[in-house]
Design a protein around this ligand. Structure first.
Ligand SMILES: [Zn+2]
Length: 630
């Protein structure tokens, strides 16, 4: 593994990466220029835009769900990648060469590589699409699509293509476009034999697999001809620097927006199922590519369905009820509780997949299939119970015991209760009997687990820990601290000469105090610096404080026209004035408790302090008022 990316390179990426340009790959933004740009939040479902991007400060913040941060945070959240990956991607896009603080012998990574491989894939996808419509062999692919109810427009929308049978056409085309053999092989577009590079896909119908951003990262390929040297009906791009089969979801580029908007994702099994769903109006459909739905796929979907930190919405699987599908469902059931209780299954009674169903019964039937979803737990329960002969008493006991073990992953009390009743009714026993079994199972959590894949701890709803709640920063008593910090965050160069007068004591909320510390640690720039806020953010570990910073960076400042140094000074003076007021109250209180005769020295000292504080307060008051006049 390479070491850490050098700090100054991260800073360069931060300076060059235009946050609005990056965000616009995912969200349409209104407004332009140096001011705020707004759009529909990609992190929660909304109808009117509350997602704000402030290009001049390199920050975003959603007033609906509170998500916010800099360009790195955005990419991390929206793509579900690490900070390092976010830096590397942006470095690729904005042409920054990254250097690493390598450990001894650490291999160097090629960071322009990603951009080159994306480009190679793009050229390949265009080439394949062209072959589908124009080549004579492509007829087989066109016939295949036609037989499955897809017209040319559908093929074009999904970028479906055809790989020529010659085995050298793509390599020649890529070479002519300046792609090196090394990159062809790295992208798994070509293999190498003793006679040189050859096409990885030959005589196959191809679906380009894209990331949420729309970049093609690989292909799924279906066998078309009997003489295909590869037997497998479907081939996929192998793992490459771009293509990670445990993460890619076919159709996510087209479905992403609708998944967020509708709070629903439909998981189908194949490329043609995704196409059929979208054509039928189920535009939230995606599919895994040549692998079972796993934890990382779940993470990708959850991110699209995420609302602040709560997962909302439904994930609907269309399993055909075979064993593989059921196992996938069981695995999903072993995932986190929120995911479990919002996971559904749509099973077509005759076992048709969405593509077949659309062909035989039309678009409406596909929409109805999705609408007829049932909760996953009910689906799993019926599969569990089916293994037992419920006419026999001992088998019913076993069925109950097996079924209640599914309860361990459900924490929500009302859902648990509904599940208990359902078990009772499906097995045909009293509700109380199921409750007893559940209690017994809960008291010996590790030994009673009948399905070893589930490790979720038993937590009862009434035992959930309480989250400590501090004072909300939204309270009016913190108003002036918020406004002052907003001024500093938005106009740091104007505040540069003024902040020396303040200290940590001026900030009475834990978040504003922590933010102040980070600002002081970073230091203030003498001239406008669009990456400064982001640098402050990098000094903050606490996500709550990060959010406060994002909010303050994009929130509107109350001022007539451009904020001036005078205004910024006034806002800071107001905070100091409040600190002085607090001190005055403290001295007054002590004075009241001091005897002016017996403790005359102390009394006079405090009285002098009080007079000085009052004078200080008046001066601050004047500064606060004078700034507000302009
Ligand atoms: Zn939001």
């Amino acid at each position: 593994m390479a070491g850490r990316i050098r700090e100054d390179d991260i800073a360069t990426v931060r300076e060059r990466a235009k946050i609005d340009e990056v965000v616009e790959q995912y969200v349409t933004l209104r407004g332009s220029g140096g001011g705020n740009r707004v759009g529909l939040c990609p992190f929660h479902d909304e109808k009117s835009p509350s997602f704000n991007v402030t290009p001049s400060r390199g920050m975003y913040y959603c007033f609906g769900c509170g998500q916010g941060g800099d360009v790195f945070t955005f990419l991390r959240e929206v793509e579900g990648i690490t900070f390092t990956e976010a830096v590397e991607r942006l470095a690729g896009r904005f042409d920054v060469t990254l250097r690493y603080e390598d450990g001894p012998g650490a291999p160097r990574r090629d960071h322009a590589q990603r951009g080159r491989l994306i480009e190679a894939n793009k050229i390949a996808a265009e080439f394949f699409a062209e072959q589908l419509t124009s080549s004579s062999d492509g007829v087989a692919g066109r016939r295949f699509l036609h037989e499955r109810g897809f017209d040319q427009a559908a093929a074009a929308k999904f970028g479906v293509g055809f790989a020529p049978r010659s085995g050298e056409a793509l390599v020649a085309h890529l070479r002519a476009r300046g792609v090196t053999e090394d990159d062809m092989v790295k992208a798994d577009l070509a293999g190498v034999s003793s006679r040189g590079a050859y096409d990885r896909f030959r005589g196959r119908l191809l679906w380009p697999i894209r990331e949420a951003s729309g970049d093609v990262v690989g292909f799924g390929a279906r066998r078309m001809f009997d003489d295909d040297r590869v037997d497998a009906k479907y081939l996929n791009t192998r793992e490459t620097p771009l293509y990670k089969k445990s993460q890619v979801l076919y159709g996510v580029d087209l479905a992403r927006r609708e998944i967020s908007r509708a709070s629903q994702a439909v998981v189908v099994e194949g490329y043609t199922d995704v196409m059929a769903c979208h054509e039928a109006g189920v535009t939230t459909a995606v599919a895994t590519c040549g692998t079972a739905f796993g934890e990382e796929h779940g993470r990708v979907l959850r991110r699209l369905l995420l609302d602040h930190d709560a997962f909302r919405g439904e994930v609907i699987f269309t399993f055909d009820g075979d064993e593989a599908g059921q196992n996938a469902a069981m695995r999903a059931f072993g995932g986190d509780e929120q995911f479990v209780t919002q996971t559904y299954v749509a099973v077509e009674p005759t076992g048709q997949d969405p593509c077949d169903l659309r062909l035989s019964a039309g678009d409406a039937a596909v929409r109805e299939l999705i609408a007829s979803r049932i909760p996953l737990y009910r689906f799993v329960l019926s599969n569990v119970v089916r293994q037992f002969d419920l006419d026999r008493g001992d088998q019913r006991v076993n069925a109950v015991r097996e079924a209640v073990s599914l309860l361990t992953s459900v924490r929500d009390r009302s859902k648990r209760d509904a599940f208990v009743r359902e078990i009772a009714s499906v097995v045909g026993v009293e509700v109380e009997e199921v409750r007893d079994a559940a209690r017994r199972a809960a008291s010996r959590p590790s030994t009673s687990a009948t399905t070893p894949t589930r490790q979720a701890p038993v937590v009862h709803a009434d035992e959930e820990p309480e989250v400590p709640v501090g004072p909300s920063l939204g309270e009016s008593r913190f108003h002036d601290e918020r406004e002052a910090l907003k001024a500093v965050v938005q106009q740091p160069h104007l505040a540069a000469d003024l902040v020396g007068d303040l200290d940590r004591d001026d900030f009475t909320h834990p978040s504003t105090a922590a933010l102040w510390d980070a600002i002081v640690a970073e230091g203030l720039p003498s001239a406008p610096d669009s990456s400064w806020v982001s640098k402050v953010a990098a000094r903050i570990d606490d996500p709550t404080v990060q959010h406060v910073l994002s909010l303050l960076a994009v929130d509107t400042m109350v001022s007539n026209g451009e904020p001036t140094a005078l205004l910024v000074g006034a806002l800071l003076a107001r905070v100091q004035e409040l600190t002085t007021l607090r001190r005055i109250e403290g001295v007054k209180s002590r004075l009241q408790r001091t005897n002016p005769v017996d403790e005359a020295t102390e009394y006079n000292r405090m009285f002098g302090e009080l007079v000085a504080l009052e004078a200080q307060r008046r001066a601050l008051r004047e500064r606060a008022i004078s700034g507000a006049l302009f």
